[in-house]
Design a protein around this ligand. Structure first.
Ligand code: ATP
Length: 252
C-alpha cells in the first residue's frame, strides 16, 4: 500500500497540495492526471518521502520501484549498471551485485524491450530510451509498489503501446500497487483501475476510471471540450477512448 492522507505541501506562500488523500492498495493501479504545475510530481515525491509534508501523513514501503520524470545524467554509467542499481537495496552498503542480480537486471531490460541497450552508456541514450531503462530499473527492484512519473512522456507510439501493455500485464496478478502520472487520459483508461484528477480549481476527484475519466470531469480538468468514443478491439471487445476538441472538432 502506498498513499497520502490529508497531505499538505507549500512552497513559500503557495499551497500546492491541500489536504490531499488517496491510496493504492496492493492489487490496484492508479493514474494521476492534472494540468501542468498542479502538483502531480510533488504528490509522488511526498509519498516517497523526498518532499516534506506541512501536514498529513504518507504511507509507503521501504523499497519502491520509482521512475522519475526526468532521466538526465552527466555520468557515464553503463545501462546494465543503471538497472542493477535497482537491486542496491538488497546488497548492503559495500555489496557487489551477484550473478542473480545481473540476471534480474537483464530480465527487466528484456521485459521493457530495451535489452539491446544493455552494453550502451546511459548518458548517450535518447530521452525515450532512458525512460525505458529507468522503467527496467524500477522493475528490477522486485518491489510490489511501482511509482512512475509520466513514464510514457518521451515514448513513441510503439513504445507507449508497449508500456501500456506492460502496465496492464503488471496489474493483472493483483499483487502490486502501481501509481503513474500521465497527461493522456487514454493511458488511464488502458492501464489504471482508479484515477486521481487533480482539479485546477478545487479538491481532487478520486475514484474508478469508469466514473472519473469521463468528458465532464476532463473538461473541468483541462478546460478543453472532450469527446468520448467507443471503439472495438481486434477481438471485438468494446473500449472507451476520450479525445480533446483539437483542430476545431466540437464535443458531441
Ligand atoms: N522545490 C520546489 N520549490 C518551489 N516550487 C516548487 C518546487 N517543486 C515544485 N514546485 C512548484 O510546485 C508546483 C507543482 O509542481 P509539480 O512538478 O508537482 O507539478 P506537476 O503537476 O507534476 O506538473 P507537470 O505536469 O508540468 O509535470 C509548480 O508550480 C512548481 O513550480
Amino acid at each position: 500500500m502506498i498513499g497520502l492522507t490529508n497531505a499538505t505541501v507549500r512552497f513559500g506562500a503557495r499551497t500546492v497540495l491541500d489536504g490531499l488523500s488517496f491510496a493504492a492498495p496492493k492489487g490496484r493501479s492508479i493514474a494521476i492526471l492534472g494540468p501542468n504545475g498542479r502538483g502531480k510530481t510533488t504528490a509522488l515525491r511526498a509519498m516517497l518521502g523526498f518532499q516534506p509534508l506541512h501536514g498529513g501523513t504518507r504511507t509507503a514501503p521501504a523499497i519502491v520501484g520509482y521512475v522519475p520524470q526526468y532521466a538526465s545524467s552527466n555520468q557515464s554509467y553503463g545501462v546494465l549498471d543503471v538497472v542493477v542499481m535497482g537491486r542496491a537495496a538488497g546488497l548492503g552498503l559495500f555489496g557487489q551485485p551477484r550473478p542473480t542480480d545481473m540476471a534480474k537486471a537483464r530480465a527487466a531490460l528484456d521485459r521493457v524491450g530495451a535489452a539491446r541497450f544493455a552494453g550502451e552508456r546511459f548518458d548517450r541514450l535518447s530521452g525515450g530510451e532512458r525512460q525505458l531503462v529507468l522503467l527496467a530499473r524500477a522493475l528490477a527492484t522486485g518491489s510490489d509498489v511501482l511509482v512512475l512519473d509520466e513514464p510514457g512522456s518521451a515514448l513513441d507510439l510503439h513504445n507507449q503501446q508497449r508500456l501500456l501493455a506492460l502496465l496492464d500485464e503488471l496489474r493483472r496478478p493483483r499483487d502490486r500497487a502501481i501509481i503513474f502520472t500521465t497527461h493522456d487520459p487514454n493511458h488511464a483508461l488502458a492501464a489504471a483501475d482508479d484515477a486521481l484528477l487533480m482539479m485546477p480549481d478545487g479538491p481532487a476527484l478520486f475514484g474508478p476510471v469508469s466514473e472519473t475519466v469521463v468528458p465532464d470531469h476532463l473538461e473541468r480538468l483541462y478546460g478543453v471540450p472532450m469527446r468520448l468514443v467507443q471503439l472495438l478491439g481486434a477481438d471485438g471487445s468494446a473500449h472507451r477512448a476520450v479525445l480533446p476538441a483539437f483542430a476545431g472538432m466540437r464535443a458531441a
